[in-house]
Design a protein around this ligand. Structure first.
Ligand SMILES: NC(=O)C1=CN([C@@H]2O[C@H](COP(=O)(O)OP(=O)(O)OC[C@H]3O[C@@H](n4cnc5c(N)ncnc54)[C@H](OP(=O)(O)O)[C@@H]3O)[C@@H](O)[C@H]2O)C=CC1
Ligand SMILES: O=C(O)C1=N[C@H](C(=O)O)C[C@H](O)C1
Length: 267
């Protein structure tokens, strides 16, 4: 039985993760952590998640539950995640990271822990998105050098703080790598005013933020006469949460290293 703690347990993903752990026969909910000083400290995490009392009180630090868990699941914010990663490395814990929006320095810092802790880090934990990444690689190899323009379009709820989404960036990276392009050079993240005609090698990104959209991603391959669109639509956060719990059970058996969902799913 994998003992899982959830940090950010009162958040949108945190509450969904409580549900996902409860539904998994191979995992047990060992703890939940809220922000230091939060008025929710001490609340029952089952009640926070709308499940009724589970007998697990929300802690306001990892130190308070250090002996209770084996794997931490973290869907919070970049700086918080990096501090929790350091904690896991120092205390012999494993970690599953779903947080997005890390900048290049923060990604380098995260990479520095690859030989110190077993971690799964992925911008999207759903099986469907990770299969979509394989489809995109195939499509890019077949179409990208044949005059097809590539655009990535994503839509999320009004509360999302990072843009483009981590998934959109990953999709762009997969396509760019398949074509021997570099997103730093060919990624276009803004088009305003007299920006001129499209460079054929551009990989464009467009972002929608509205209402309660859980997460939608489309990669368009368009040329004169036709276009292909590969789309994934998430309709429930449970798809991400189930993937994260699967990753937690998987990483519980692994040695130090940075792994992705393709490793977890065997894709
Ligand atoms: N990889 C994937 O499959 C997915 C990734 N995500 C990513 O997960 C992240 C979180 O998303 P979401 O759940 O919607 O965001 P929320 O804002 O709903 O949740 C984040 C939670 O973290 C809490 N938090 C902040 N600081 C701390 C701290 N120091 N200690 C403990 N908890 C803390 C926040 O508390 P407070 O509100 O009090 O600040 C909040 O409850 C985002 O980066 C998002 O992009 C989301 C879905 C899927
Ligand atoms: O913030 C979200 O909600 C989501 N974030 C992830 C991302 O940035 O790709 C994954 C998912 O699309 C939901």
């Amino acid at each position: 039985m994998t003992r899982i703690a959830i940090v950010g347990v009162a958040g949108r993903m945190g509450r969904t993760l409580v549900n996902a752990v409860q539904q998994d026969d191979g995992a047990t909910l060992a703890g939940g952590v809220v922000e230091p000083g939060s008025s929710l400290a001490g609340a029952d995490v089952g009640e926070l998640a709308g499940l009724g009392r589970l007998g697990v009180a929300a802690a306001d630090s990892l130190e308070a539950i250090v002996d209770e868990f084996d794997v931490l699941i973290d869907f919070t914010a970049p700086r918080v995640t990096l501090a929790n990663l350091a904690f896991c490395a120092d205390h012999g814990k494993r970690i599953v990271i779903g947080t997005t929006g890390l900048d290049s320095d923060q990604l380098a810092e995260l990479d520095g822990y690859a030989d110190k802790v077993p971690m799964v880090f992925a911008p999207n934990m759903s099986v469907g998105v990770n299969l979509t990444l394989s489809l995109l690689e195939t499509a890019a190899r077949a179409l990208g050098d044949e005059g097809y323009d590539i655009e990535v379009i994503e839509a999320h709820h009004r509360h999302k703080v990072d843009s483009p989404s981590g998934t959109a960036l990953k999709m762009g990276e997969v396509v760019a790598e398949a074509l021997g392009r570099n997103l730093d050079e060919h990624g276009v993240f803004e088009r305003v005013g007299q920006c001129g005609p499209r460079d054929p090698k551009e990989i464009g990104f467009a972002t929608v933020r509205a209402g309660d959209i859980v997460g939608e991603h489309t990669v368009m391959f368009a040329t004169e006469g036709e276009r292909i669109e590969i789309t994934h639509k998430a309709s429930s956060r449970m798809t991400f949460a189930k993937g994260a719990v699967r990753a937690a059970r998987w990483v519980a058996e692994r040695s130090n290293g940075r792994y992705g969902m393709a490793d977890v799913l065997g894709l």
